[in-house]
Structures are given as C-alpha cells and as structure tokens.
Design a protein around this ligand. Structure first.
Ligand SMILES: CC(C)(COP(=O)(O)OP(=O)(O)OC[C@H]1O[C@@H](n2cnc3c(N)ncnc32)[C@H](O)[C@@H]1OP(=O)(O)O)[C@@H](O)C(=O)NCCC(=O)NCCS
Length: 153
C-alpha cells in the first residue's frame, strides 16, 4: 500500500467526492459516450452506488483519491483520481477488495487495456467477452474473474 494511504468504508457524505473522481476518471476515457448529466451521475452515486454496494474509499493526506464498489462477488466500480493514478492506489483498492471476498468478477471495456492488464497482474482471468450489447455504453467488454487459492468461484 502506498505510504500514507488509508482505505475506509464509504458513506453518504462521500457522494460529492466520489462523483468528482468518477467524472474526472471517465473524462480520461475518450471512447466512452456521454450518457448522463453530472447531476444524474451525482444522484446515481448517492442512491445506487453508495446505497447498494460495499464502497471502500482511499484517502491520502485527508483527501479522497479513489474508491471501489462491490456487490457480493461483483466488483462493480474501481476509480482513481487521474492526478493520483500510477502510484499504486488502484492496486491497493483491488487488494482490499480481494481481502474482503473469496472470489470476484468484473466487467471492463475492451478498450481499457491498462485496466485489463492491472487485473491480470492481480490474478484475474478473462472468462467472457461481449460485443457491447450488455452494457449501456454499447462498447465491447471483457468479463474477468479471480478466486482466492482453494476457492472455486
Ligand atoms: C484503472 C485504475 C483504477 C488504476 O488505478 P491506479 O491507481 O492508476 O493503479 P496503480 O497505480 O495501482 O497501477 C497502474 C500502474 O501504475 C504502476 N504502479 C503501481 N504502483 C506504483 C507506484 N508505487 N509508483 C509508480 N507506479 C506504480 C503499476 O505498475 C501500473 O502500471 P501499468 O501502467 O503497467 O498498468 C485507474 O487508472 C482509473 O481509475 N482508470 C479510469 C477508470 C477505470 O478504468 N476503471 C476501471 C474500470 S473496470
């Protein structure tokens, strides 16, 4: 874990900072269509992500720099502030999720080669691919899965 990084449970008060990180990170993913207003995204973060997932928040020097959102074995979201990427925070959030669940699966856009290779380095394997008909962005995606050793997913 990067020095000074703290990972804690997320709560309703985090909706604003998590929305800013989500929007900032997705602005760096030019292949994504813009489907929702920022206000809709803020509502979704508070009422869907924070209300319905186990959310973990990474903080450095008292500032929120990333988060993960998990629903059972589905790792639904992993985002790091673009200004803080490449410093091990995404890896720390992923390791934190792997400590909390015996197995995980996730969907990642096929165009997101950096994230696919990050997940591979953390033991995830590709178990499926789609042409985009199963996500609202309509983009080809990859399904990946990881299990702690000795655990059958
Ligand atoms: C994918 C994402 C979560 C990764 O977070 P991150 O904090 O940048 O991840 P890490 O720093 O742990 O690893 C990224 C790279 O930094 C390197 N790195 C890890 N620790 C490092 C450290 N202490 N110092 C410098 N570099 C480091 C890793 O080797 C990795 O290298 P790579 O370029 O070969 O992949 C982040 O890039 C992001 O939010 N992207 C946009 C949203 C997204 O794609 N989410 C996933 C959707 S499924």
């Amino acid at each position: 874990m990067p020095p000074g990084l703290k990972i804690r449970d997320g709560g309703p008060a985090d909706a604003g900072s998590l929305t800013a990180i989500f929007l900032g990170a997705r602005a760096g993913m030019p292949y994504l269509p813009c489907l929702h207003t920022d206000a809709e995204t803020r509502w979704w973060m508070a009422n869907v992500v924070l209300a319905g997932h186990a959310v973990r928040v990474a903080e450095a020097a008292g500032r929120v720099v990333g988060f993960s959102a998990r629903s059972g074995e589905l790792l639904a979201h992993l985002y790091v502030d673009p200004a803080a990427q490449g410093a091990g925070i995404g890896s720390a959030l992923l390791a934190d999720a792997q400590m909390a669940a015996p197995a995980l699966r996730l969907f990642v856009f096929a165009a997101n080669a950096g994230a696919v290779s990050l997940y591979r380095r953390h033991g995830f394997a590709v178990i499926g691919r789609s042409d985009g008909s199963r996500n609202e962005e309509g983009l080809p995606d990859v399904e990946m899965e990881w299990a702690a050793s000795g655990h059958e997913p």
